[in-house]
Design a binder for this molecule. Structure first.
Ligand code: UGB
Length: 437
């Protein structure tokens, strides 16, 4: 080995400069050749091992926290008892009722929409992957709530075609309320892959299954106010440009709108996108500012309040959950049937986009003042420059289209809505039984 090493040490790094004739080892050429062959062989072996390790190792994934991994977890579904629960949950119990598959049913909006549909006698089946983007125990609590009103949530991922096909085999859903998504504008910098996985790949997968369903369902789905991105003209109207998103989240929602256009155009799927404006309320999302401000104010922790350049106000058109639910139900009720069958379009189908906002933007600092009054605790305010991580300075919805076509008329101001949220928050997390995550 030491001899071979001395040979190797003498191999020039640039083979072209290697003058064989002058080599003092010329008489050892044969031995040298065999060493070189061995070296080449082992080098290839070594390289191969590194490549195998690289492609199989989880840490080699450029998106280390990709929740698609979470959804690769196997879910138990199928079997006669499971099918019976699916059928029973989706059974229509009122005249002219509809049967709706609600994706993201254990989510904030999903839970409220599912409960409202069930209350009026529609058939509702939930689907959710219960991922851990935020505290899954809150999702489980929402699931328990729905369970009590007769809504079964199937555990599974919208990327699972076999599961989706099975659901459509068991139930002829008239509608899909598609709310499963990776939400949050700032988290997109941390985990971009999860947005592509849920908001693009998952949406396409769902549409692929819907296009083959017989009958094809009408689909209503959650887009976002964030598609207006860096627009400065207010209020935001559906006719405005949506080509300058400020976050990957916004870009995936915008992509969703284009994908919806394609599936409507090629396959005759009836598609309605709803641009939600910062939805808040009881059972809300702990990753949203009003929610974690409440938690941190109560804990005496300081909160960061963003402001734009030159002390510019950052404001949101905060929209209360009950108003959003009314908008969702109206969108389902006015959705026309899809026109295709067997994956083929038979005629033009409905394609719509609506703003669902509140039409009165409130500065974030005012939101904090309202919370202080309701919680009877002063916030420790830390004013910060609006970070360049996806946030836009303000949102403001023009809702005249939704008003005209859906009869949408939001009626809850931020003060009233936050009062309801705080009441829920205090009772849900009462006595420190549960820690707000
Ligand atoms: O309408 C939407 O489509 C989106 O609405 C929501 O996004 P946003 O409007 O950004 O809500 P949210 O994070 O609660 O921040 C609220 C305000 O607090 C400010 N904000 C935030 C954090 C902080 O630490 N400080 C702060 O001032 C912040 O600058 C902002 O002005 C949903 O999360 C998103 O999933 C999507 O549905």
């Amino acid at each position: 080995m030491s001899k071979q090493m001395s040979h190797l040490d003498n191999i020039p790094s640039t083979p072209g400069k290697f003058k064989m004739d002058k080599s003092p080892y010329i008489h050892n050429r044969l031995r040298w050749h065999s060493s070189l062959a061995k070296l080449t062989f082992w080098s290839f072996m070594f390289l191969g091992l590194i490549l195998i390790f690289f492609f199989r190792s989880p840490s080699s994934n450029p998106l280390p926290q990709d929740p698609s991994r979470r959804s690769l977890r196997t879910y138990n579904w199928g079997g006669p008892a499971w099918e019976k629960r699916v059928r029973s949950s989706a059974r229509i119990r009122s005249r002219n009722g509809i049967s709706v598959l609600v994706t993201g049913a254990a989510g904030f909006v999903g839970t409220h929409v599912s409960a409202a549909l069930k209350r009026r006698g529609d058939g509702v089946l939930g689907l959710d992957n219960f991922n851990d983007y935020y505290d899954p125990s809150l999702k489980r609590a929402r699931q328990a709530l729905l369970e009590r009103s007769g809504v079964f949530i199937v555990e599974g991922d919208i990327n699972d075609s076999a599961l989706l096909r099975k659901l459509f085999e068991v139930v002829a859903f008239t509608h899909v309320m598609h709310l499963a998504a990776q939400a949050g504008v700032r988290y997109a910098m941390e985990n971009p892959g999860s947005y592509v996985h849920s908001n693009i790949a998952g949406f396409v997968n769902l549409l692929e299954v819907c296009k083959f369903a017989n009958p094809q369902p009408a689909i209503v789905w959650a887009s976002s106010s964030s598609v207006y991105g860096l627009n400065t003209k207010v209020p935001f109207s559906e006719r405005d440009r949506t080509d300058q998103p400020a976050s990957l989240y916004a870009a995936t929602k915008k992509a969703g709108e284009e994908i919806a256009h394609t599936y409507n155009h090629i396959y005759g799927l009836s598609l309605t996108g709803l641009r939600f404006f910062t939805v808040y309320g009881p059972w809300g999302r702990p990753d949203m500012a009003y929610f974690f401000f409440t938690r941190d104010i109560l804990k005496g922790k300081s909160i960061s309040i963003f402001e734009a350049a030159n002390h510019g106000t950052v404001a949101r058109d905060f929209t209360y959950i009950d108003d959003i639910v009314k908008g969702c139900l109206a969108a389902l009720d006015t959705a026309e049937k899809s026109t295709g069958s067997g994956g083929k379009k038979k005629g033009p189908a409905q394609l719509r986009v609506f703003n669902l906002g509140n039409t009165s933007p409130v500065p974030v600092s005012d939101l904090v003042s309202i919370l202080e009054r309701l919680l009877k605790v002063n916030a420790k305010r830390n004013i910060m420059k609006l970070p360049r991580n996806g946030d836009v300075q303000f949102t403001h919805a023009n809702i005249s289209l939704a008003q005209r076509e859906l009869g949408y008329k939001p009626s809850t101001d931020l003060q009233t809505g936050l009062k309801k949220f705080v009441r829920w928050y205090l009772s849900y997390y009462s006595g420190g039984k549960k820690a707000a995550g």
